[in-house]
Write a protein that binds this ligand. Structure first.
Ligand code: FCB
Length: 486
């Protein structure tokens, strides 16, 4: 890989991200009760090796050392999520002992001059709410407001950046259509019902937090109210084949536009609705029956920030295809479904690009195209890359060090892709590496390592990898040096 020297603006925010269930551990401490991930991780075959988040990186107890490490790495911001079942166990009354953890964490971050970037929901719904229907029950959106206000009561005076949801695509469609993620349901178009209620919860929380004055603080780069979406860039495998073009349209619709259109245009995409509204949904005529008058106005309320999570795009074909990639499979052998509603005929095809340990293709130019599209087609507010990163099969050397040149090259290439979008006029204001630490990678358990810091799960020792040193230099200088072929 080659590249010239690049300088990011001085205000650009450099951070790293984690999520509560993936790092905290302390699953039954200080009153926390089970979330859907505690339950799902115990379903035979749901998670590789039967791994759970019970201990994870023990961040709950080691947060102070972890914050010191962030400072050592020159990070300006930490994106973390709050655990709903810690704060309102069983979705009941507020649990001061659970909330106190975030109080300590936020104070520690501020004491080290690291901006706290808070996500309210990174997939750990209290199991008690799932038992009442979870995200397919409209009431959950209102319970989300209760929970969000409790968190804001405690932390609103110190946290400037509020994200409602992380990747509602995963919650809705991996959770309710494909079954790869908790709660593991495989109920076709019910995933769209869940998506709608997630978006409604987002909109209701935006309304309430706005009333409380959350917004952009001119003196604090990185402040504001927003949502984080994950995106694909769906390219037809064979652009001259109408079946591939249509498959790519459907994947784009059911991954990107089903969230972008209600958030930024106040409507669901007509083609997605036409494709899906006739599909059966348990207990309803159609998923569109879940949309009540006024919902889209609530969902479409202006936000200050859009968080962009990008890992890769896909060449999409109507299958079968000999070069099909194994997408969304977790190697446990548990039977799952396509997360794309009604797209059983759609496959992702290898383009022969290098792949990470997740088998995801490395495609940085897709990120540039994505950012330009968000800006041009949706007129999005300031963008922050809230997740980007890669799993590789890291090797710990005899001296304990971890040299990860592939991850260094991945980070370098994606930062260049972000910068290219900025040069093209897109307002991108920050970048969060996924992840600060190796952690519980959902259905893959601890088998996939995304951290720039290695975690020894037996001893909980943290070792910054070469990529952490590389990223730290970029964060400190805002500069990417010229590179020769690596
Ligand atoms: C994203 C999730 C994050 C992590 C990365 C690899 O979809 O938001 O928790 O698992 O993928």
């Amino acid at each position: 890989m080659t590249g010239s020297e690049i300088q990011f603006p001085p205000q650009f925010l450099w951070g790293a991200a984690t999520a509560a269930y993936q790092v905290e551990g302390a699953a039954a401490e200080d009153g926390r009760t089970p979330s859907i991930w505690d339950t799902f991780a115990r379903v035979p075959g749901a998670v590789i090796g039967g791994h759970t988040g019970d201990v994870a990186c023990d961040h709950y107890h080691r947060y102070a050392a972890d914050v010191a490490l962030m400072k050592e790495l020159d990070l300006g911001a930490y994106r973390f999520s709050v655990s709903w079942p810690r704060v309102r166990p069983d979705a009941g009354p507020v649990n001061p002992a659970g909330l106190a953890f975030y109080d300590r964490l936020v104070d520690e971050l501020l004491a080290h001059d690291v901006l706290p970037w808070l996500t309210l929901y990174h997939w750990d719904l209290p199991q008690a709410l799932e038992d009442a229907g979870g995200w397919t029950n409209r009431d959950t959106a209102y319970r989300f407001v209760d929970y969000a206000l409790a968190v804001h009561d405690a932390l609103g005076d110190r946290v400037p950046a509020w994200t409602t949801l992380n990747e509602p695509w995963c919650s809705a469609f991996l959770g309710h259509t494909g079954g790869q993620h908790a709660p593991g349901r495989q109920e076709g178009a019910n995933g769209l019902v869940a998506a709608h209620h997630l978006l409604l919860g987002h909109g209701l929380v935006v309304e309430e937090l706005r009333k409380r004055g959350v917004g952009v603080d001119a003196d604090r780069p990185g402040s504001g109210l927003g949502i984080t979406l994950n995106f694909t860039v769906a390219d037809p495998n064979d652009p001259s084949d109408p079946a591939d073009v249509d498959a790519a349209r459907r994947v784009d619709g059911l991954f990107n536009r089903v969230f972008l259109d209600p958030l930024f245009r106040g409507t669901y995409p007509a083609d997605v609705v036409a494709d899906t509204e006739g599909m059966p949904v348990p207990g309803r005529g159609s998923w569109t029956d879940a949309i009540h008058d006024g919902d889209l106005a609530v969902i479409g309320a202006p936000i200050d920030v859009l968080g962009v999570n990008y890992y890769n795009g896909n060449a999409v074909a109507r299958g079968p295809h000999p070069d099909e990639l194994a997408s969304n499979e977790n190697e446990t052998g548990r039977t799952t479904s396509t997360p794309y509603v009604g797209c059983e005929d759609v496959v992702f095809v290898s383009r022969g690009l290098p792949r990470t340990a997740m088998d995801w293709e490395v495609q940085p130019e897709g990120l540039t195209r994505l950012l330009v599209r968000l800006h041009e087609e949706y007129g999005t507010p300031p963008l922050y890359i809230t997740e980007n990163g890669a799993a590789y099969d890291d090797v710990v050397a005899a001296d304990g060090s971890v040299d990860d040149p592939e991850r260094v090259a991945f980070i370098d290439a994606h930062l260049r892709a972000v910068h290219a979008a900025m040069e093209a006029g897109v307002d991108v204001r920050g970048f969060f590496q996924w992840s600060l630490l190796d952690n519980f990678e959902w259905a893959f358990g601890y088998t996939k390592r995304f951290g720039i810091v290695h975690v020894d799960y037996d001893t909980q020792v943290r070792t910054p990898k070469s990529s952490a040193r590389f990223y730290s230099d970029v964060a400190a200088s805002g500069r990417l040096g010229a590179t020769d072929a690596r």
